[in-house]
Design a protein around this ligand. Structure first.
Ligand SMILES: [Zn+2]
Length: 241
């Protein structure tokens, strides 16, 4: 072992003695955070440089618009390795193990997801948040009832904004591709009734005149008003409808 390395460990030891609480936190495997998901689907999150590098936050369950089960993931500290400037000198394999505390891991899982989405605000955002400690669903309901209901209310606000956007987009171009799966599941939880909620892509064909998606059995294109099914149209006219 080189003198430099001895010195490095001595320094680290001195640091950990001067900050015993921090060292204890980082070293304890029991130290964890709980990530809570109120979204009705599982969230995969990747942190490529980190160990562990994949997190799957389970989905929450709803009956109608009533939340019946929280999605819960316990997060411990993350580890990544950086080259050690003291002993490396171009040799491969020597690196310093760096610890990211569970609070930082949990925060980044929640913020990365939320910041990747549209229509969020301070009062409208996905129900993805975290608390310190390894808590069960029962613990969370007992200790954080207000936090959970606040976050649920904010998620419903967000869902309403997503649905309003889907509705506006669909009315404008009548294209199922403009509606996301997220918007469709938001609509289902809110009980929104709209054409774009239940319809699948297979229920649509492309209008020969304006190329938008239209219902398979449409006689007249709802977008450009051209007759797309001449035979059915003539029959209707003849029957006097
Ligand atoms: Zn058309």
């Amino acid at each position: 072992m080189s003198d430099d390395l001895d010195k490095y460990f001595e320094d680290e030891l001195a640091k950990s003695r001067s900050a015993p609480a921090l060292a204890k936190k980082a070293g304890s495997r029991k130290y964890a955070c709980t990530v809570i998901n109120l979204l009705p689907f599982e969230l995969p999150e990747e942190k490529p440089m980190m160990l562990p590098s994949v997190f799957r936050v389970p989905e929450a369950r709803f009956e109608g618009n009533k939340l019946v089960k929280l999605g819960i993931l316990h997060v411990e500290e993350g580890v990544h390795y950086v080259p050690n400037p003291l002993v490396d000198e171009g040799r491969p394999g020597s690196s310093i193990r760096q610890i990211t505390p569970p609070t930082e891991m949990a925060r980044s899982i929640c913020e990365d997801y939320t910041s990747a989405h549209i229509e969020t605000s301070e009062t409208a955002q996905p129900g993805l948040f975290w608390v310190e400690g390894r808590l069960t669903e029962k613990d969370l309901i007992e200790e954080y009832p207000d936090l959970i209901s606040d976050r649920l209310r904010m998620q419903f606000n967000w869902f309403r904004r997503l649905c309003a956007l889907a509705d506006a987009d669909f009315k404008k171009n009548r294209n199922m591709l403009s509606v996301s799966d997220l918007q469709r599941s938001a609509a289902k939880i809110l009980g929104v009734r709209a054409e774009w909620v239940e319809m699948q892509m297979s229920e649509y064909v492309v209008c020969k005149f304006c190329t938008t998606q239209i219902p398979t059995f449409a006689i007249k294109c709802p977008n450009c008003k051209e007759i797309v099914d001449k035979e059915a149209y003539d029959k209707l006219v003849k029957s006097g409808v």
